[in-house]
Structures are given as C-alpha cells and as structure tokens.
Design a protein around this ligand. Structure first.
Ligand code: DP6
Length: 324
C-alpha cells in the first residue's frame, strides 16, 4: 500500500437524552437510545496518514505525542477499520481541538467521529452515513451522534447492525444556544467508559432505561415543534436521572460540585421569572445552559457574573462530520 491521507472535521454534541450504560461494552451497544445537538463552534480536526514505513501508530493531540490509554484507544479503533480492508499499515494521526483540552468539554465524540471519517476515506472505503455512525460508535458511543448533523437520534438497536444515529432536524431548524458554564477545568474524575460499566450497579438504572423511549419521544416532539417549555422539562428530568444513577451506583460517582448546583438553582429561578432556559449536565461539573439564541447574550452575562463561573462558551447547532 502507498501513503494515503485524509483530513476530517467533526463537532462534539450535547446530549438532551443521555447515554449511560451499555448492553455490550465492547461493541458499545447502549442500554437506551439518546438525543443530542451538535455544537457548531467547537470541533476536532484530524489529519490521518497511512504510511507503510511506520512501525506503529503515532498519535499527536494538540501537538503533544500521546502514549498509554489515549494511544491504545485510537490504535484499537484503527484496527477495526484496518480490518475492513484487511490491511495492517500504521498511521500518523494529528488531531487538534479548537477548544481547550482543560475546558472540561468532552472531546471523545468529535475525536472518534473525525478519526473514523478520516481513516475510512484514507483507505478509500465507500461508506453510508449510517455505517460511518455505526463504526464511530465502536470508538466512543457518543461519537456516533457526531457523524450526522444538527439534531440527532441514536437508535438503541438490538445489534451492531441497527445501533446508529440519524439526523431528525437540520441545524437551522431551531436556533438554540448551549451556553457552557465552565466551573472546573480539571480532567474528569472518572471517565465515561468506566461510568458506563457501573450504571447497572444502580438499583435505579432499570427504571431509567424503561422510561427512556417516552423521554425520547417527548424530546423529539419538543424539538420538532420548537416547544421550549416541553424541552426544558424533559432535558432537566433526563439530566437528573443520569446523575441519580451516577450517585447510586457502586461505587457512587459524584460529578456535581457546589457551583454546579448553584447554577442549576439559578437556571430554574430565571425560568420562573420568564427567561426560557434549562440545564443539562454530563459526566463532569460544568453546566450546559440551553436557551433560544435570542436570549443567549443575556444568559451569558448572567452566568459570567456568578463568581464561581470561570468561563462561558456559547455554541449553536452544528453540522455533520465532513472531509476538509
Ligand atoms: C454523560 O460516549 O463519552 O456524556 O462510549 O465510553 O466513549 P464512551 O462514553 P461516552 O459517554 C457519554 C456520556 C454522557 C452522555 C451522553 O453524551 O449521551
């Protein structure tokens, strides 16, 4: 094989209905479906070169050579893709996030979406969006939602074949904003992959999973109808259910910090006094404050005034993963 390369760009996404817990950890088949919105202003850009002269994969992230778990995860994912073509050639991967590594924003979704698209095209494999999404899922579950654009649903599916994500509304369908209130810039205490394996140890997980399709329907309807009141209620419920599982798993995971709760209280009081806002929190302490774009300036100002908020990043609905 000769040298071949490709460069891809993908956006991270914020989940409105969350993925937490797998039926199959190695295939990343989730226990429940999920809903998310891609974030336009944030992206991972990955240039990948397959080069027969390389003795092993080389992975540079934001200019820093990676080793250990970070490299291992990328190599494992590339092995799946190399397997599709029956090749064993190694690659040099150069990946850049346009958001700071220490901003507490999960990058595995955009990272594995961009890596998958770059690797598949560098190998000259023709693949549908559905199959790209299935493949990205193997690297990081949430990455399957960063392949299509705009507002996306990840079907739980029953097997590797039918668990993938599709777009159900274009980015321009509803001009929402995600104002990310950064309260802590440290690395995650417990990564999502380990968290997923602990989910089943919570006595509440079964109830959360059983009710997931209902929440997905409400969330999709709210987005389709641009009904902020309905969206706010269901995303806050879903975020609280996620954290209830985390806090009641064995061992328990506490991602909230005092500042997280303070912002959640503030968001609820702003909503009571007429500003349409809602919170959602992932596997970390930062709060994603969702609003319609016309109130994002006011929301950003209010968040920035809170002493424990270190930064506010305002983002809007983003497009699909693409070659650049
Ligand atoms: C809380 O997709 O990061 O953000 O599949 O192990 O890479 P892995 O996990 P990951 O989990 C995301 C968890 C979440 C909720 C969500 O994005 O749906």
């Amino acid at each position: 094989m000769t040298i071949s390369s490709a460069t891809a760009l993908a956006h991270p996404n914020i989940a409105f209905i969350k993925y937490w817990g797998n039926r199959d950890d190695s295939l990343r088949l989730p226990q429940n479906g999920s809903i998310s919105m891609n974030l336009a202003e944030l992206s991972t850009r990955t240039m990948l070169t397959f080069d027969p002269s390389l003795p092993r994969d080389i992975f540079d992230l934001n200019g820093t050579r990676q080793s250990g778990e970070s490299l291992h995860r990328v190599t494992n994912h590339l092995n799946i893709i190399r397997g599709l073509r029956g090749v064993s050639v190694h690659a040099h991967i150069m990946s850049e996030n346009n958001f700071p590594a220490d901003a507490g924003i999960a990058s595995s979704a955009s990272a594995f979406a961009a890596l998958t698209l770059a690797a598949v095209s560098a190998l000259g494999i023709e693949m549908s969006e559905k199959d790209l999404s299935r493949l990205a899922r193997r690297g990081s579950g949430s990455a399957c939602r960063s392949i299509p654009g705009g507002y996306v649903e990840w079907y739980r599916g029953n097997t590797d074949v039918d668990s993938f994500a599709v777009s159900f509304a274009e980015p321009g369908h509803w001009d929402l904003a995600d104002c990310i209130a950064i309260v802590d810039i440290g690395q995650k205490k417990v990564g999502s992959s380990l968290g997923h394996t602990l989910a089943k140890s919570s006595p509440l997980q079964e109830a959360r999973v059983l009710d997931a399709d209902r929440r997905i329907d409400i969330c999709k309807q709210a987005i389709r109808n641009r009904d902020f009141t309905a969206l706010a209620e269901v995303i806050e419920l879903d975020s609280n259910l996620l954290h209830a599982i985390m806090m009641t798993s064995h061992p328990p995971l506490y991602y909230w910090m005092p500042a997280t709760l303070e912002i959640m209280y503030a968001v609820q009081s702003w909503r009571k006094t007429g500003t349409p806002v809602a919170f959602t929190v992932d596997a970390g302490p930062n709060v994603h404050v969702i609003c319609e774009s016309d109130s994002s300036k006011q929301v950003r100002q209010r968040l920035s005034k809170m002493p424990m908020v270190k930064d506010v990043i305002v983002t809007h609905p983003g497009g699909k993963a693409r070659l650049v």
